[in-house]
Ligand binder design. Sequence first.
Ligand code: XUL
Ligand code: CO
Length: 434
Amino acid sequence: MKEYFTVGKIQYEGPKSTNPLAFKYYNKDEMILGKPMKEHLKFAMSWWHTLCAKGSDQFGSNTMVRSFENSDPVKEAFEKVDAGFEFMDKLGIEYFCFHDRDMAPEMDTLAESNRVLDEVSDYVLEKMKGSQIKCLWGTANCFNHKRYLAGAGTSPNADVFAYAAAQIKKAMDITKKLGGENYVFWGGREGYDTLLNTDVKQELDHYATLLTLARDYNKKSGLNAQLLIEPKPKEPTKHQYDFDVQTVLGFLKNYGLEHDFKMNIEANHATLAIHTFNHELNMARIHGILGSIDANQGDMLLGWDTDQFPTNLYDATLAMYEVLLNGGLGKGGLNFDAKVRRQSFTDEDLFISYIAGMDTFARGLRVAAKLLEDKVFENFKQERYVSYTTGIGKKIADKKITLEELSEYALAHDTIQNTSGRQEWLEAVLNQYL
Ligand code: XUL
Ligand code: CO
């Protein structure tokens, strides 16, 4: 078997190590809150960014040359399988996520694309059998090809809707074949740029129809994956319909789909919505719909979806804090929807970036576990809302009160005494833990 990367197996060497190709914090078997680290952190390799991205951006062409390139795109797809499995094995990553079109190329006809995808995914399955590697989620790329210029499920053209449905059906079949635990819907171009040409009501209805059909097929086909929607507020369209967690939840409730879908939260999408990563995780958690995570980070000064590897300890800590409060991610995991920078063009940079991301989340997990064990914020919050545990507050919390009673109460208690929110102190305490 050809070896694609000259890098060897990545080991844990501890925080003092200066070896760029070693873990400093990710120690997979170390027990945290009674579970080995690797069970808290089900890391996944993104097929697209890792095996397909080559450094191009809006202003320039590829900067990366990979050892698994091949002038024949079908042969290249097979080489990517070998390279991807070698990469995951060397990093100790046990999951991958894929789109149909990054696992196998789009061919001249849909039937031909399906046939090639069957063949490549058969090969993936064969590789999985000899390893620990599993599929975290699959999805269909219904945004790249020009047919999707006005969306997929929200396209004004019914033939496009049908094509997208066919692609989703096939991607669900492949996800089933590979034992995928989840299936993801990212809205892609489901959104609009101007109301002058858009019937939003129709588009939302159609989108809900597509999701309903997919939900039914998930059961009918025996895939039975956890279905996930990945919110994103803008890019490529100006108004993406799946703006953020609260918007998606409202949409799902409108169409009676709220019990069928959970959320795949991406850090960079949260910040594009002018939310923090932990805001989106919290919003999903408190509504019981936190499903999985696309681990990355954006650049606050650029304002587009830069999909950088997550290295921000503060954000990773607060994210893992939400995950721990959620009791873990269940079927979900942490998919590195992240790509190496254009200037980081060597194969080694691919490894270094994953190590950086995995170490960041490992450190975040350690700090979050300690914060939770010591109940640093939980005790403070409990005290802050104590007025709802007795008297008038308890009646409000129990919904055993009328507006008239509240009015009478307020007339008799109109000297209000508030307590400090202590934000700066809490932030300082968080810094002590970091
Ligand atoms: C796009 C994005 C996608 C989804 C899967 O911004 O995040 O890669 O995760 O389609
Ligand atoms: Co994503």
